[in-house]
Design a protein around this ligand. Structure first.
Ligand code: NAD
Ligand code: IPM
Ligand code: MN
Length: 354
């Protein structure tokens, strides 16, 4: 039999460190054929471009893609020189992965790890559903020496397909699970369309799913004051980027958060081919190469999301997630959680729990 083919893009900074750990976990749960490719600053150094054709071809040919992180943290002096982050954006666009799922849970035993009071964190179990291939990230832009502009545009179809994903996730979670659609409809035209399309779809096809609309500024506050009020947060590209980093206060570190980026609706049976899986953190230049200060858990949990949403291997996905939970419950604490465990120790603890 042929094994699933996984394209692996370690990238920059802590990307290669966390990827090495995650691949060990992947190989511990099954047989996979892994092909490694360049992206980001590593790719610019070797080829002059942040996403070489060979890397994109490799991802297109694979059943799923794993990405570490890109970036050097530096803002280039020359605005026209290639930037590592363009590699990630071009990859998302080329793969058509419009649906970015960012699950966030309070991890039992870890309620004290973050800055929020433990009783606010306990029981939180939400998913940020971020539209990933539209909005400001992909609109027309321009820059001269004197001015610059970015444009935010959305079509009805782009909004409806991502909203459908959010309603499906709410249905799967249970009868009372709600969708909170986050926008800035008091100001932005795209948000006014967003609100209309989401409400229209709800009225027609998901009248049984509780739906609220929240302005993004209020949503940012509610996430910190009452995170347990959320089940599914549905939002556009830039708001989703910002709010999902804020959710790091729930488990206590951004190093724990994973994501799945899908080019098609969730297929609970077979999984969706051609999807992309990456932690939500970046290349963390401040801790890269410093003897294992990086938590590999977000990358390892991204492998679990790949097993579940990309390959339809629910059993193995559950096993990896339970192993991470178990290791944390047994006291695993990397530096970001105030402990002394290295990346290597964290990976060993997860492997031992598997
Ligand atoms: P970052 O997420 O890299 O780091 C923010 C903070 O979180 C830092 O203090 C870092 O040390 C810490 N951190 C991040 N991941 C961690 C982990 N796994 N374990 C422990 N601590 C962790 O964000 P930044 O510093 O704003 O960005 C650095 C670079 O990464 C930039 O070039 C940015 O564009 C890029 N970036 C890339 C991606 C991606 O590739 N998907 C995502 C976000 C940022
Ligand atoms: C993320 C990152 C990316 C984004 C950057 C690196 C382009 O912050 O995946 O959250 O803004 O989408
Ligand atoms: Mn981000």
């Amino acid at each position: 039999s042929t094994h699933p083919r996984i394209a692996v893009l370690p990238g920059d900074g802590i990307g290669p460190e966390v990827m090495a750990c995650a691949l060990e976990v992947l190989h511990a749960v099954g047989d996979f054929t892994v092909d490694e490719h360049l992206i980001g600053a590593a790719a610019i150094d070797k080829t002059g471009t942040p996403l070489p054709d060979a890397s994109l071809d490799g991802c297109r040919a694979a059943d799923a893609t794993l990405l570490g992180a890109v970036g050097t943290g530096a803002v280039p002096a020359d605005p026209d020189s290639p930037r590592p982050e363009q590699g990630v954006l071009e990859l998302r666009r080329a793969l058509g992965v419009y649906a970015n799922l960012r699950p966030v849970r309070a991890i039992p035993g870890l309620e004290d790890a973050g800055p929020l009071k433990a009783d606010r964190v306990r029981g939180v179990d939400l998913v940020v559903v971020r539209e990933l291939t539209g909005g400001l990230y992909f609109g027309r832009r321009g820059r001269t020496a004197h001015d610059a502009f970015d444009t935010c545009a959305y079509t009805r179809d782009e909004i409806e397909r991502i909203a459908r994903i959010a309603f499906t996730l709410a249905e799967a979670k249970g009868p009372a699970a709600r969708v909170t659609s986050v926008d800035k409809a008091n100001v932005l035209a795209t948000s006014q369309l967003w609100r209309d399309v989401v409400q229209g779809l709800a009225d027609r096809e998901y009248p049984h799913v509780p739906l609220d609309h929240l302005l993004v500024d209020t949503a940012a506050m509610r996430l910190a004051t009452e995170p347990s009020a959320f089940d599914i947060i549905l939002t556009e590209n830039m708001f989703g980027d910002i709010l999902s980093d804020e959710t790091a206060v729930i488990p206590g570190s951004i190093g724990l958060l994973a994501s799945a980026s899908l080019p098609a609706p969730i297929d609970a049976g077979e999984g969706v081919r051609g999807a992309l899986f990456e932690p939500i953190h970046g290349s963390a230049p401040d801790i890269a190469g410093r003897g294992g200060l990086a938590s590999p858990l977000g990358m390892i949990l991204s492998v679990a999301l790949m097993l579940r949403y990309g390959l339809g291997r629910t059993g193995e996905a559950d096993a990896v997630e339970h192993a991470v939970d178990h290791a944390l419950r047994e006291g695993l604490r990397t530096a970001d959680l105030g402990g002394t465990a290295t990346s290597h120790d964290a990976k060993r603890a997860v492997l031992a729990a598997l």
